[in-house]
Design a binder for this molecule. Sequence first.
Ligand SMILES: [Zn+2]
Length: 84
Amino acid sequence: MRKRCTCRICKLSRRIKSVRESGTMRQKNILIRDLSESLFNTEHDLDWHQSVLNGSWPQAEEILTRSLVSARKIREEYVGHERT
Ligand SMILES: [Zn+2]
């Protein structure tokens, strides 16, 4: 038997399929509530990330500066591994 992926998206996909095919009305309502909350949170996070990236968020410069330092460090460490 093929092993099931346990990532968040695959687990959610299995839950949606199961509830859609054989869930009770209560399970369907709970699923819709959970999906609505997830969508709201994702949209909220996306708005924030876009505001930081386009510079309109008040602390965008500090956040991006820290991210750039982190990105350079990660890249240097990665290159270091490639050379050994
Ligand atoms: Zn997966």
